[in-house]
Structures are given as C-alpha cells and as structure tokens.
Design a protein around this ligand. Structure first.
Ligand code: COA
Ligand code: AMP
Length: 628
C-alpha cells in the first residue's frame, strides 16, 4: 500500500487501523478497544491494555535473538571515547538500575528527574524508570538551576538521576552545583540523588547523593512491570507563553505503537539498521528518536556527544555516518547551516564514504530552502523536512519514505501522516480554502503517542490547546495547505521562538528581565539569524531615576537570563529604549517590532498609540546590525 491508500485506510477505520499497528508490540493484555472517547475532548488510547515500554524496547529483542546486536553506540568526540552497548547489555544495565531504584522506594507512578548529558546512562535511566512504571522527566543540560528548580517543583520527583558534568566545546559544565542550587531553590525535595561520576569531572557528593555504581551494588535486577496503556511514561517540559513550562505527559502504549509505526514507514528503518538522531535526550527528538523508536523497532541508535562543527571539525557528521553505517540521519536545519558556513563546498564530505546513508530528515524549525538544496546537492540523498512538536511526539506532517516516497516540494514538510486530520482555520474556527494562510489545527482525537495532558494541569491543557477551536487541537503554528495537500508551516501564532532548533519562550525571558530593579518594562522578540534561525532580542525601559550606564544594564540583563534560564537561551542582544510601541489598549506590538528588526515591510497597526515609537525602535537596534 502506498501513502494515499494507507491514509484512506486509517480514515475509514481509525480504531481498526491503530489496533492493527498495536499488534507489532508485545502486550501483557491486548486492549479490547483502541480509543476511549467517553470524555471528549480528552481521549485515551489503549487504556485497558497492559504492556511495558522497556520490555518492548529491550527484552523483546533479546528474547528474539538480538541480544548481541548493538542497541546504542555512544560516539563522543568531546571526550574522545566510543562505546557500544548491545541489547543484552542494555537490558541488564536497565534491570539493575530499575532494581536499585525500587529498592530505594521508587514505585510505579512515582516521578524521577533525569539531568544528564549525552551518555548511555541517560537512556538507561529513562528505560529503568519505564521498566518499573516510574515516570521520568529529562531536563536538558543547557538549562540553568532555576529552570531545573521549576521542573522539580512541578514534577515532584522522588529521585533525581544526574551526571557529574556535561562537556561543551572548551568547557566542562559541572552539573552538581546546578543540581544543588536547584534543589535549594525548589520547595520540593527529592528523597535522594544518584550521581554518575564522569572521568572529566568528579562531583562532590553530599548526604542526599549516592554514586551510580555504589547505588546499584548487590541489587536484585527488576523485571518489567505491566502498566496500563494510558499510564504515563514520561513528562517532558516545553516552553509555553509564560515562565512556567508545560509538562507534556506521554502515555505508554500509544507512544510505543505510534513510534514503532514511524520507524519503518517514515524513516525507512528496518530492525538491525543504524539510525542517528543528532539531537539531545533533553528534547523530544531525543526521547522519540534517540531512545525509544529505534529501540522499539530493534535498530541501532547513535548517541552523539558533540556538535556539527568544531568537535573537531565540520566533517564529524560524515565520519560518524561512515564509521557506524548510518542509514538515516535526523537533525535540525541549524546543524546544516553551521556545517555549510564552515565548509561551504562540502569538502569534508568527500573525505568519507557515506554511501550507506539513504536519507536526511530535518525538523525542529523551518527548513530554509537554501539549506535543503545545499544538503541535497552535497549528500545526494533525499532531504525530508517534517513537522512536529514536543506535544505530538512524532511527525504530524512528513514524507513517508519507507511507505512511499512522495515528490519533495522544497519549503513544505509534505503531507499529513495517518492519524492526523490537519486543517487550516481562520480566527473564528472556520476552515479556510486551500492556499490560504491561517492557524493550523488538528481535528480531535489526536492519534496515539501524542500528549494525554499536562502534568497536574488539566485546565491549562484545555486552555492552551483545546479551547480556541472546539473539536480541534491548536498547534500554535500558522501556515497553509496547497492544492495537492502539501502543508507549509510559516510561523508561530504565540510568543514561542525557535533558536537553533530549541524551543524557547520570550515570555519566560521577559519575566526574568522584568525582575531586574532597573527595568520598568520590557519586551523580548525573536529576530532572524542566519545560523540559529532566530535569536531573542530584548528591549528594556528603565525605571525612573536609574542612572547606570546603558551598556551595564544590558550586560546585567544578558547575564541574568543566562543565569536564570541558561546558556541555551542564547540571549545576547538587548537595547535600552525610552518606550515600547503599544496599541491604545496597552498591548505591546511585538510582531511589528520583529518585522522592523528583520527589515521586512510592515503596515503601521491602525491601533498604535504613537507611530513615532517605531522609528525609535529601528534606530535603537541599528547598532546591533538589525532594523534593515
Ligand atoms: N549543556 C550546557 N550548555 C549547553 C548545552 C548543554 N547540553 N547545549 C548547549 N549549551 C550552551 C552552548 O555551549 C552555548 O553556550 P555559549 O553561549 O557559552 O556559547 C549555548 O548553550 C547555546 O547553545 P547552542 O544554541 O546549541 O549554540 P552553539 O553555538 O553551541 O551551537 C549549533 C550551534 C547550531 C552548532 C548547535 O545548536 C547544534 O548543534 N544544533 C543541532 C540541532 C539540535 O541539536 N537541535 C535540537 C532539536 S532537534
Ligand atoms: P518543539 O516542541 O521543540 O519540537 O518545537 C515545535 C515547534 O518547532 C513547532 O510548533 C514549529 O513551530 C517548529 N517546527 C518544528 N518542525 C518544523 C518544521 N519542519 N518546519 C517548520 N517549523 C517547525
């Protein structure tokens, strides 16, 4: 069956279609029905089934004879090490850690925060939680202590599993002081912390801490515990419009079923083949396509600890592909822009035999045509843009190469996958004709593997996603669908920006800046950047009577955001201005400011209080190289 037939088969009988897909997994109890629709607009998939995600990711393959096959290859140019773990080794390591966690009182339903760099132990920790039905929440290493604290208070973890350090080019990032500071800032205290001591830096342990090996000494390995299909597997925090991140909850069974389906049908990966998602376990791409999906299908997953450039050079990606026989590479366009900038001719590519590579997949931000065409020409493989979100867990719109390669239209991530009824709506929720720009929404119910809610925040879940367009999920993206059904994603409809493929909240940055005593009022917008796609830019209005030099105020503001949100915010651009452009009702005109910064044409909003402020804004950012 090709794409059109498969999509039509899903449309004709969604429950039957997903029930068939579910048969690819092992179940302790096969669900009697796929969809629980008793409580719309909240839906649950495979709710009366029982299974275990870790069993399906590891034990199932060992039992089927894949025990000696590589499950994870850790390739770490930043530490100069490589390590392969087979399926049997992964199962044993996971069972040990799971046993140790249980011996210390971690039970089914308890949450565990994982704050680790890109090491195999991060994946082992995730799967160990899954093994005993505990709910993991991985926090990205580039976030500051304050962000970790916010997540600790929201997830209320019984335990935290952390690494002693991460390695960024040119510096060792000590995790332990960040962890200690986060626990100090949070109201909730975990019972204990397990610390993986890395050779690059040994953390000083306190009374609450226990070293990784010591923690697991003499424990009885834990078997996989059957969990309900709709029971949570993990919480992953993502940026919303405010400083309080949204705790996306991912249920077990739907996640496993959907991800398993995508590996062959979207990514064209068979069991035993090598798949590489060059992301981080702290992001959804890392959850779905470094950890879970490749293992669910019995493939080998590359865990790469490095950067596309500078570790040691712009040939690193090609070296990894050649050395490990990577079939499909998945990364963010920004990584390719970084490589292209350093090696515009692609000279490094010629140094390696990358004939094993079949496809490049891009997601996480808009894939700009220049980058797509450069990659097509240099790699000579199909370059597939695909669109999805932390909330959805897997691609909404893609080109399903494993099922049927569709013609690629540069600038479009292609077509909706089975499970996704994508519509473009106007502000009143009416469907717009083909080719017209509007809000992109998905008709409910969402397919298996998508978020079941926000952690302990059902009202926020409803308000953020289900209320604007009753009967639909609001994606927060704007775009259009063309005559042939290809979807185009143009912009966010909210204050979320995308910096180097990382999703960030301008609202969160504004909250941090507004806390500075010198700042009376502020705005943060996303401006275009050739490398990272977007960068945050701050506008600061000073409190009356402040006579600190403006350069110092800016310096303090930049330091404050780095300290509170983390280096990943990449907040380096800020200016002091006398006033902000607003509507007469007091709403800051952020979208207009962004167009001015990017040098784009814009209409002076009819509701603006004083149009002269727009010129002041342009003049203020000219020294930063923005404003046209
Ligand atoms: N722990 C601690 N700090 C981290 C970190 C981590 N895990 N990840 C990033 N940082 C820091 C970086 O060191 C940098 O710090 P600096 O301001 O001192 O230089 C800052 O956060 C910004 O990081 P980043 O946005 O990644 O920029 P970069 O300049 O280090 O690298 C790219 C730019 C394009 C090479 C990089 O973003 C990249 O490899 N992207 C690949 C795409 C990707 O992983 N996307 C994720 C979603 S698919
Ligand atoms: P995240 O939740 O971090 O994965 O970010 C999701 C957001 O990134 C989406 O809502 C989009 O705004 C953007 N995004 C992801 N993939 C694409 C893509 N292929 N094209 C355009 N935007 C994308």
């Amino acid at each position: 069956m090709g794409y059109a037939e498969t999509y039509a088969a899903w449309q004709a009988d969604p429950e039957g279609w997903w029930t068939e897909a579910a048969r690819a997994l092992d179940w302790d109890r096969f669900p009697t029905r796929a969809l629980d629709d008793a409580n719309p607009p909240i839906y649950r998939w495979f709710a009366d089934g029982e299974m275990n995600t870790c069993h399906n990711a590891l034990d199932r393959h060992v039992a089927a004879g894949r025990g000696d096959q590589a499950a994870i290859i850790h390739d770490s140019p930043v530490t100069g090490t490589k390590r392969t773990l087979t399926y049997a080794e992964m199962r044993d390591a996971t069972a040990r850690l799971a046993g140790a966690l249980r011996a210390r009182g971690v039970e089914k339903g308890d949450s565990v925060i994982i704050y680790m760099p890109m090491v195999p132990e991060a994946v082992i920790a995730m799967l160990a939680c899954a093994r005993i039905g505990a709910v993991h929440s991985v926090v990205f290493g580039g976030f500051a202590a304050h962000e970790l604290a916010v997540r600790i208070d929201d997830a209320q973890p019984r335990a935290i599993i952390a690494g002693s350090c991460g390695i960024e080019p040119g510096r060792v990032v000590e995790y332990k002081p960040l962890l200690d500071s986060a626990i100090e800032q949070s109201v909730h205290d975990p019972d204990f912390c397990v610390i993986l001591q890395r050779p690059e830096h040994a953390a000083r342990l306190g009374p609450r801490d226990v070293e990784w090996e010591e923690f697991q000494k003499d424990v009885t390995p834990a078997d996989c515990v059957p969990v309900g299909g709709a029971d949570p597997l993990y919480i992953l925090y993502t940026s919303g419009t405010t400083g309080q991140p949204k705790g996306v909850v991912r249920p077990n069974a739907g996640h496993a079923v959907a991800l398993h389906w995508t590996m062959k049908n979207i990514y064209g990966i068979d069991p035993g083949e090598v798949f590489w998602a060059a992301s981080d376990v702290g992001w959804v791409v890392g959850h779905s396509y470094i950890c879970y999906a490749p293992l669910l299908v019995g493939a080998t997953s590359i865990l790469f600890e490095g950067k596309p450039v500078g570790t040691p050079d712009a040939g690193t990606y090609w070296r990894v592909i050649a050395e490990h026989g990577v079939r499909s590479l998945f990364t963010a366009p920004t990584a390719f822009r970084a490589i292209k900038r350093v090696d515009p001719e692609g000279a490094f590519i010629g140094k390696y035999d990358i004939s094993c590579l079949r496809t490049l997949y891009l997601a996480g931000e808009r894939a700009d045509p220049d980058t797509v065409i450069w990659a097509q020409n240099r790699l000579k493989v199909p370059v597939v843009d695909h669109w999805w979100q932390t909330e959805t867990g897997w691609p909404i719109v893609a080109n399903p190469l494993g099922l049927e390669p569709l013609p690629i239209k540069v600038g479009s991530p292609s077509v909706p996958m089975p499970g996704w009824d994508v519509r473009v709506l106007d502000e009143a929720g009416h469907e717009l004709p083909r080719g017209t720009l509007g809000a992109i929404a998905v008709k409910l119910p969402l397919p298996p593997g998508t978020l079941s809610g926000l952690w302990n925040a059902e009202e926020r879940f409803r308000k953020a996603y289900l209320t604007t367009f009753p009967g639909y999920y609001e994606t927060g993206d704007a775009g259009l669908i063309d005559e042939e059904g290809y979807v185009y994603i143009m912009a966010r409809t909210d204050d979320v920006i995308n910096v180097a493929g990382h999703r960030l909240s301008t609202g969160a940055m504004e909250e941090v800046l507004a806390d500075l005593p010198e700042v009376a009022e502020c705005a943060v917008i996303g401006v275009k950047d050739d490398l990272k796609g977007q960068l945050p830019m701050g506008f600061l209005c000073l409190t009356a009577g402040v006579n600190k030099p403006h350069e110092q105020v800016v310096k303090d503001a930049v330091a404050r955001v780095r300290d509170q949100i983390g280096p990943v915010a990449a907040f380096k651009l800020a200016v002091v201005v006398d006033r902000l452009p607003k509507t007469r009702s007091g709403k800051i005109l952020r979208a207009t400011m962004a167009r001015i910064a990017d040098g784009e044409a814009f209409k002076i909003p009819a509701t603006i209080d004083d149009p002269a402020i727009l010129d002041e804004i342009r003049e203020a950012i000219r020294p930063l190289g923005y404003g046209g």
